[in-house]
Design a protein around this ligand. Structure first.
Ligand SMILES: Nc1ncnc2c1ncn2[C@@H]1O[C@H](COP(=O)(O)OP(=O)(O)OP(=O)(O)O)[C@@H](O)[C@H]1O
Length: 610
């Protein structure tokens, strides 16, 4: 997933799994069932928390994930000899010179996902990836890495649960001016094509403005310490009335259930309205999205932005970039909500969805373009989006998207840059500052990088609780068991039907043990694993070996990861179980004859519950 099923940056190398007794193969059903005490009869899941090494009953939602590695934004403009060719079905990429983002162009031969010369995966169509901006590729073997210059960066896997990224290696589509015909210019066979078209969005007002009520701690926001650093910051507003919003926006704010602004809105809105660049850091869930959308919309309305209309080339006034597909879609929905009833038209583009579909939508008019990096650069490089009218460039989750060099052409554009995040490591701040005007303002709401105090956190389980959790799982009282690898081995619990490796383990033995909690005693089972190319690459070869020996389907992207490019090295492929490491030892094979078998010696030691 290079794309926070994003994810949070997980630095852990390990692994979380859970077992589920659901027989319908619907892992999500179990995954998001945080109520582990449903009283259903069958046993379900064990999730391993790698940090604590403890099993936890019930599965809590991991929250929105974030992209794993940071992307880049560099080197788009040194196109190679393949740039602006018509290789992909006659499409002439005229966008190269249009206000920056010129793509390198070169397409490699690819199948499935693109791989850049950096050895990164591109998981977006045509080589883009959500996290990208890292320049990339001459498209080495993995295909269209060069296009748009995005290496996959990061939104791979990661912790946090329903993280965005999600590696989707096969999402390739060629969009051509001749109708989006699929074409594989490598001659190596057909590329899987992204044909997914998301369901149409509801147009009724009730749905557009549906929202949940603000929580009991909303008023506590008023006590949060706010710091604004930089010269001449404008006065904060205290109410939405002071924000100077036009009638339509006021109405939309009110229909959204917003009564008073949050601190990041109180300070951020006037800063943006004053035309200042901004680096804003505010805790999760504190309303950063509206903090940038409202003043942008207001300004566009005040300046009488041209109503969007059909054109093959769209010139948006604002671009919002976020590292994950899910997040950018959410931002788009917010933009659509606040722009309701106005002439401002937001559009969203992100990987994993038919490019042709998104381009058709784009061509209908676009004032605010929301996108993940890969797809965004893709549409720019296809000449569908020009940057000459660009006035606002917003980076949400900015700390994920800045450890990269930024394209010089982009820097030259006269635009207002707004960066938002809940965390800002110091080194990232330095990078970010380099991309902002020198008089930018830094807005810190609450403790910079601090986690939201409204989230009750607990790390640790006593033995008594562990045993109770296991007992509940065993008895079927709790259908899902979440645990660390400590529960990988040995547990023999009837009716476990599903094992989910939320994070894959470090070694293949552990994998074998974990999935062995299901499919026992002649029963069938199911194991679903989330593979993070950044963290799990070393497991790829052994996984392939294990899968093929068990006559399971081996995804082509896994083969690609295992056998090509940097990072593909992994442990030598060996057979299931173990082979005798002593040279020259005579080996006897036993086959289904019921006779004794040599015990498989695992490389890893047994885990201890202690
Ligand atoms: N002034 C407000 N009054 C009531 N609700 C608000 C207000 N501002 C934002 N919200 C709501 O609060 C929720 C969180 O807002 P938002 O997603 O913008 O947070 P965020 O700071 O971007 O969080 P994260 O850092 O996790 O991305 C949303 O449902 C949003 O509609």
């Amino acid at each position: 997933m290079g794309d926070e099923w994003e994810e949070e940056t997980t630095t852990t190398t390990s692994s979380t799994s859970f077992f589920s007794s659901q027989s319908n193969g619907d892992s999500k059903k179990d995954f998001w069932n945080s109520d582990g005490d449903s009283g259903r009869g069958k046993h379900a899941a064990v999730k391993y928390n790698v940090h604590t090494q403890l099993p936890i009953s019930g599965v809590g939602r991991g929250g929105r994930g974030r992209g794993g590695r940071r992307g880049g934004f560099k080197s788009f403009n040194d196109g190679d000899e393949n740039a602006n060719t018509d290789e992909d079905g006659g499409w002439n990429k005229t966008g190269g010179d249009r206000g920056g983002f010129r793509g390198r162009g070169g397409r490699g031969r690819g199948r499935g996902f693109g791989r850049t010369e950096n050895g990164d995966f591109n998981d977006d169509n045509d080589g883009g990836s959500e996290n990208g901006f890292r320049g990339g590729g001459r498209g080495g073997r993995g295909g269209r890495g060069g296009r748009g210059g995005f290496s996959s960066g990061g939104e791979r896997g990661g912790r946090g649960g329903f993280g965005g990224g999600g590696y989707r290696g096969n999402d390739e589509e060629t969009f051509s001016s001749e109708g989006g015909e699929k074409k594989d210019d490598s001659g190596e066979g057909e590329k899987p094509r992204v044909t997914y078209i998301p369901p149409s969005l509801p147009e009724d007002e009730d749905t557009i403005f549906s929202h949940y009520e603000s929580g009991i701690n909303f008023d506590k926001y008023d006590d949060i310490i706010v710091e604004v650093s930089g010269t001449n910051p404008p006065q904060a507003i205290l109410t939405f009335e002071e924000a100077g919003l036009c009638e339509s926006l006021k109405k939309n704010v009110s229909k959204s259930g917003y009564v008073k602004p949050t601190p990041v809105q109180k300070h951020g809105i006037p800063i943006i309205s004053a035309g200042r660049d901004l680096m804003a850091c505010a805790q999760t869930g504190s309303g950063k999205t509206a903090a940038f959308l409202l003043p942008i919309l207001q300004q566009l309305m005040a300046d009488g932005v041209a109503a969007s209309q059909f054109s093959e080339l769209q010139e948006p006034e604002a671009i919002v970039v976020a590292p994950t597909r899910e997040l950018i879609n959410q931002i788009y929905l917010e933009a659509r909500k606040f722009a309701y009833g106005t002439c401002v038209r937001p559009v969203v583009v992100y990987g994993g969805v038919s490019t042709g579909y998104q381009i058709r939508d784009l061509c209908r008019g676009c004032n605010i373009l929301c996108g993940t990096p890969g797809r965004l650069l893709d549409v720019i490089n296809r000449g569908k989006v020009g940057l000459t009218k660009l006035r606002y460039f917003v980076l949400d989750e900015a700390d994920r998207m800045l450890d990269m060099g930024f394209e010089p052409d982009m820097r030259r554009l006269d635009r207002q840059t707004l960066m938002f995040s809940a965390t800002y490591p110091e080194d990232i701040q330095k990078l970010a500052a380099d991309f902002l005007k020198t008089d930018y303002l830094f807005l810190a709401v609450g403790i910079v990088g601090g986690a939201c105090t409204d989230v009750h956190r607990s790390l640790d389980r006593e033995q008594r609780e562990r045993e109770l959790a296991l007992a509940h799982f065993r008895s079927g009282k709790c259908p899902v068991l979440v645990a660390t690898s400590v529960a990988a081995r040995g547990l023999d619990i009837p009716d476990v039907q599903h094992v989910v490796n939320f994070d894959l383990p470090n070694n293949i033995d552990e994998y074998v043990h974990r999935i062995g909690r299901t499919g026992r005693c002649g029963n069938v089972g199911r194991a679903v694993s989330f593979f993070d190319p950044d963290n799990d690459g070393q497991l790829a070869r052994s996984l392939i070996s294990i899968l093929s020996k068990a006559q399971q389907e081996v995804p082509s992207w896994l083969e690609e990861k295992a056998f090509s490019g940097p990072g593909s090295a992994g442990p030598a492929v060996r057979g299931f179980g173990a082979t005798d490491s002593r040279k020259g030892t005579q080996t006897t094979s036993f086959q289904n004859n019921g006779s004794s078998q040599p015990a498989a010696q695992s490389a890893a030691e047994e885990e201890d519950w202690g």
